[in-house]
Structure formats: C-alpha cells, structure tokens
Design a protein around this ligand. Structure first.
Ligand code: AMP
Length: 217
C-alpha cells in the first residue's frame, strides 16, 4: 500500500502515520523527521535546510526529492510506505510520480486531513518533542506524566523552534499557497479522499482505514 497523508502542519499526519506503521508493517517516510535528524547531526544537507525550517519556509524541492528518492529505494519500502509531509509542492508531486513510475509503482491513496486554522494553532503551539527519542507530546491533549520529561526515555521535552506561534502562522500560509493545490492535483488523479481531522485519534484512524480498505479513490 502506497499512501500519502496530506494536510497542514498539526493536522495529525505523523500521529496517524505511526499507527498505520504498526498495523500494516510498512515504514513512515517523514521528510520533516529526516531533515530534523540531518540538522541534529549537522550534515551538509542539515546545515543547508536549517535556515528554511526555522523560518517556516519550505526546503528546496531538489533537496527533499533527493531524500525521498533515496528512502523509497530501500528494501523496507517494497511492501509499501506512508508519505508524511511529502509532497508539499506540485513540483515534488511531479517528481514523485516520475520516481515511482521508474520503480514500477504508483500512489494508491491520498488522504487529505482537514482541520481549521485556529485549532491548528492551538495544537501546534502546545506540542513538545523529546530531545532524546523524538517522541511527541501535547501539553493539553497528551501530556507526559512528569512535566517536561519524556515518559519513554526520560529525555527533556522542548518546543520545536518552528512550532512557535509566529512561525506556525507562516507555515500555515505556506501550506495554503504551495501545498493545498495538491488537493486538486490528486483529485484529478482520482486517488484523493478528504476527511475531517477533528475528534479522537482513534476516530480519525477509523476514517483512514475505511478509505484504505475501500479501494481506490
Ligand atoms: P514537518 O515536520 O513535516 O512539518 O516539516 C518541518 C519542516 O521541514 C517544514 O516546515 C519544512 O521547512 C521542512 N520540510 C519537511 N518536508 C518538506 C517538504 N516535503 N518540502 C519542503 N520542505 C519540507
């Protein structure tokens, strides 16, 4: 199953992807996670990407397309994959189509998760991430047992620089301008389904499962 989770930052793509990974035993390919790891390791790509990410802008297409091309060629993507945070521009979507065709594959489902802007702002600015293992929390909706500390590894929780309110507003504008056009792009390809991303994590997961099990489009 080759799936794209589409939606603005904070829509719950990463949360839903992680549940699907367990259910279907296929990897989550998150360009945001890969880029953050590169920033942390201070690789040349990470150093190049950091400025864009801190500002809430998109990293240039050729960088992220390269990341995804390398990742999708790995054997664990053979049974399928869940793309989370990619593609984010029409150029990336075109590049993806080309690279998948070269591998004899295509995208079967694109699930667009819709959430209104004010709710996204509340969700994102309450987000905390563990410095140690990367696990995500929310100070209201999913708090750790001990404030500021990861339940899993005891690491320190922090607010991602790009999750501040100012940067978040910029990221939402970027989504509207550059990523939202992918909704009609994939509707034209008859693989798009939209769901409301409000309600419990389980409810949203059920809606995604109905789409996946229901076949194409
Ligand atoms: P995310 O965790 O998916 O919200 O991504 C965090 C940041 O990484 C974004 O705000 C961008 O700066 C960068 N990024 C992640 N995925 C992409 C992509 N597909 N295209 C361009 N930039 C990306």
């Amino acid at each position: 199953m080759n799936l794209i989770l589409l939606g603005p930052p904070g829509a719950g793509k990463g949360t839903q992807a992680k549940i699907l990974v367990k259910k279907f035993d296929i990897p989550q390919v998150s360009t945001g996670d890969i880029l953050r790891a590169a920033v942390k390791d201070q690789t040349p790509m990470g150093i190049r990407a950091k400025g864009y990410m801190d500002e809430g802008a998109l990293v240039p297409d050729e960088v992220v397309v390269g990341i995804v091309e390398e990742r999708l060629a790995k054997p664990d993507c053979g049974k399928g994959f869940i793309l989370d945070g990619f593609p984010r521009t029409v150029g990336q979507a075109d590049a993806l189509k080309k690279m998948l065709a070269g591998l004899g594959k295509s995208i079967e489902h694109v699930v667009s998760i819709d959430v209104d802007k004010e709710e996204l702002l509340e969700r994102i600015t309450g987000r905390r991430t563990c410095r140690g293992c990367g696990r995500g929390y929310h100070i209201v909706f999913d708090p750790p047992h001990v404030q500021g500390t990861c339940d899993g590894c005891g690491g320190e929780l922090y607010l991602r620089e790009d999750d501040s309110e100012e940067t978040m507003r910029k990221r939402l504008d970027v989504y509207e301008q550059q990523t939202a056009p992918l909704i009609s792009y994939y509707a034209d390809e008859s693989v798009l389904r939209s769901i409301q991303g409000t309600g419990s994590i389980e409810d949203i997961q059920q809606k995604i499962l109905v789409i996946i099990k229901g076949g194409k489009g």
